[in-house]
Write a protein that binds this ligand. Structure first.
Ligand code: ADP
Length: 448
């Protein structure tokens, strides 16, 4: 027999979990459907943090920021291709989303910076650990407290329509059994399609052969499912490659390492670009090097300020040495050149002015405390900026920009917010901000 809910949430990443919690708090009977055996989606791999401007935590640290500046820098980073209404909503709701998390016991009160931003506005856990695991475990706690049902190893295969409105979903479970779940609202939070090689190459043939940082559930199924009920799409060709991916493990080296003071060095031992530029630009410079890869180099002070660095060391792919000379030997790099590069960079830190590449942020401290560390990195497919079209209520829009009643979408499955290049720290912001909004609106619609 079919089961009845007010709201079905498809996907258990940050977007889906935030939506489910908010919908439940608004009085809706909610179920979460997740095709993988575990909760957390690709969100669990998120590294750097959550951007927001004019937050309580920024004020506590004396950081002056403005929503307007956040808007402008995100728009510039997105090459002015961002949907202005969605971006405005995103920037306006960001501080509330930070508070919503804090209220639910998920406090992001330490703050760092990412490429393309001029101000510290990337909120992360107090212990400076990667944001993804912290966020998902906190959200799951809230899911459990509310007794929200989660069906694992169950995929939504189809969104059902009746009389021009969503009426539920058809799911297929781990035993290949099909069931119908009725609901007036379906929130699609299925994430992006970075792990769908065929779909990536269809839109961007030159990305054939690139590794991806994403979990294998990032297949873009939600886009196809929503297109089947008439949803419009935007920017599907805008696919982000992240500049610093360890190639043997596809492990993402967090932007927080550069934000904490690390530099990028070529095999020739030289810096080659402003490390704090946006992801698209830094990636392009790495691909242009003769080796198509580079080294991210940092010292022990950077390591001690980033919990993720210890995780990388534990993974076994970090090369370390007590002095720059010994590091250069291990990297098969000219010793004098690396020494000169570090000396020159440290001089720029002292002057707070990068004369070579104009790095204006995260000139934190000289790299002069051994041991020294290096990780070989190259770009990998990381984020799909394109996706389905929504309005500022997170209602899914058809190709004529009309609302599809009962269909809601939030997170990476949605296109338009990030334009042609997503800023680091804006994905977590996106999924939480629009996840909350989708949960609220989907519940109100289903219960009206
Ligand atoms: P976001 O960051 O936008 O919240 P994530 O990538 O973190 O997205 O999470 C999306 C989740 O949706 C993943 O756990 C993925 O396995 C799940 N998912 C994708 N397609 C389906 C589907 N058709 N049915 C159920 N779950 C799905």
């Amino acid at each position: 027999a079919p089961q009845n809910f007010d709201v079905v949430v498809v996907g258990s990443g940050g977007g889906g979990l935030a939506a489910a919690i908010q919908a439940s708090d608004a009085g809706a009977h909610v179920v979460i459907i997740e095709k993988m055996p575990t909760i957390g989606g690709n969100t669990i791999k998120a590294s750097v943090g959550m951007n927001a401007a004019e937050t309580r935590f920024q004020k506590l640290k004396g950081i002056e920021d403005s929503k307007e500046l956040f808007y402008e820098e995100t728009l510039k980073g997105g090459k002015f291709k961002n949907n202005p209404e969605l971006l405005r909503e995103f920037v306006n709701l960001a501080p509330e989303a930070i508070e919503w998390l804090a209220t639910n016991g998920i406090e992001l009160n330490d703050i760092t910076i990412t490429g393309g931003m001029s101000i510290d506005r990337t909120h992360r856990p107090a212990d400076r650990s990667a944001v993804g695991g912290f966020l998902i475990s906190g959200l799951v706690k809230n899911i459990n407290q509310r007794n929200i049902e989660v069906l694992l190893e169950t995929s939504v295969a189809e969104i059902l329509m009746e009389n021009g409105a969503v009426s539920g979903v058809r799911v297929v479970d781990e035993y290949n059994d099909t069931r119908i779940l009725h609901a007036k609202s379906v929130i699609v939070a299925t994430g992006g399609f970075s792990a769908n090689r065929e779909m990536v190459v269809k839109y961007r043939p030159e990305l054939d052969g690139f590794v991806t940082t994403n979990h294998k559930g990032a297949t873009g199924s939600g886009i196809a499912m929503l297109e089947n009920i008439g949803a419009g799409t935007v920017d599907l060709g805008e696919i982000q490659i992240h500049p610093t991916v360890e190639q043997t493990t596809s492990y993402l080296i967090s932007e927080a390492i550069r934000g904490g003071g690390a530099i990028l060095v070529s095999q020739a031992g030289q810096r080659f670009y402003n490390e704090m530029e946006t992801r698209d630009k830094v990636s392009a410079e790495i691909i242009a090097l003769p080796e198509k890869s580079a080294w991210i180099i940092f010292d022990d002070q950077v390591r001690s300020n980033n919990k993720a660095a210890d995780e990388y060391i534990a993974k076994g792919f970090v090369i370390s040495a007590p002095t720059p000379h010994e590091l250069a030997v291990k990297l098969n790099m000219d010793q004098e050149t690396l020494q000169t590069t570090l000396g020159r960079y440290n001089q720029f830190v002292a002057e707070q002015k990068d004369e070579d590449f104009g790095r204006a942020t995260a000139l934190r401290h000289p790299l002069n405390q051994g041991p020294y560390y290096a990780i070989r990195i190259a770009p990998g497919v990381h984020h799909t900026m394109g996706g389905v079209t929504i309005n500022t209520d997170t209602a899914v829009l058809d190709a004529q920009k009309q609302v599809i009643k009962g269909a809601w979408a939030a997170g990476e499955v949605v296109g338009g917010i990030h334009g042609a290049n997503r800023i680091g720290g804006n994905a977590v912001a996106d999924i939480i901000i629009f996840g909350i909004l989708a949960g609220r609106n989907a519940a109100a619609y289903a219960k009206r």
